[in-house]
Design a protein around this ligand. Structure first.
Ligand code: SAH
Length: 218
């Protein structure tokens, strides 16, 4: 099968955004943020040519950069406001964090792989995204010293929402995360904290790499 290849960058961008809309990413601020952040900068080597396809791709340390439409739907569900302080668990390539930086006041992102954190920092620097702090650590414990967070997004799957993350979510705050076993289809859920507890909504079926305990050797 031959596909029509976009003739230039503008056309490629239009196709990318058109596809996101088709998949249900309709929020204007989210689409603008995704238009502003070039996914090609976060994908290296042989996979770089597929950066604008709506597919997850391999990155360093055996991890993956998420599918753009899933990034869009998660960001949309997170409903980020301009004054928000956001925590991301699972920096990976840094793509999701860069999009969040376009929408929020402050972004903290944590990954257990030092190599990924260093790589992501370099791209943030290149893009002049100075409101992101990327930290090597086990994100399932959150970042108590920066809590509470208005928004928390987890881009690796746990069986249940980690207790420390629930505890670090501000009242009125929203957390979006995949839950379920790593080798099966998981559910993307939205957790909203109210005065008396938490509300849970299921958003869509997804497949993410697992949330793993402790620091990685690289
Ligand atoms: N958001 C990323 C994709 C993340 S892939 C992007 O935009 O590219 C999931 C990431 O979660 C991996 O990089 C993995 O190393 C990380 N991860 C898994 N368990 C973790 C943990 N306990 N703490 C922090 N990061 C973790």
């Amino acid at each position: 099968m031959t596909e029509d290849l976009p003739r230039n960058e503008a056309e490629r961008k239009m196709q990318f955004l058109f596809h996101l809309r088709q998949r249900g990413v309709t929020n204007t601020r989210v689409l603008q943020a995704m238009e502003a952040i070039d996914r090609g900068l976060f994908v290296r080597g042989v996979f770089a040519g597929r950066a604008y396809d709506d597919t997850p791709l391999p990155i360093a340390s055996g991890q993956t950069i998420s599918q753009p439409s899933v990034v869009g739907l998660m960001t949309q569900a997170l409903d980020v406001q301009p004054r928000d302080k956001v925590l991301e668990v699972g920096t990976g390539s840094g793509y999701q964090a860069a999009i969040l930086a376009k929408l929020a006041r402050r972004v903290y992102t944590v990954d257990r792989h030092k190599t990924l954190v260093q790589g992501a920092r370099a791209v943030f620097e290149q893009l002049g995204l100075h409101t992101i702090t990327a930290i090597t650590g086990d994100g399932s414990f959150g970042l108590p010293e920066q809590a509470p967070f208005d928004r928390i997004i987890v881009t690796a799957a746990a069986e249940d929402p980690p207790g420390p993350l629930l505890a670090q979510l501000a009242v009125g705050g929203i957390m979006v995360l995949p839950v379920g076993q790593s080798d099966t289809v998981q559910s993307l859920i939205k957790v909203t904290r109210n005065e008396s507890g938490f509300d849970y909504d299921e958003i869509l079926p997804v497949r993410f790499v697992p949330l793993v305990e402790g620091l990685a050797s690289d």
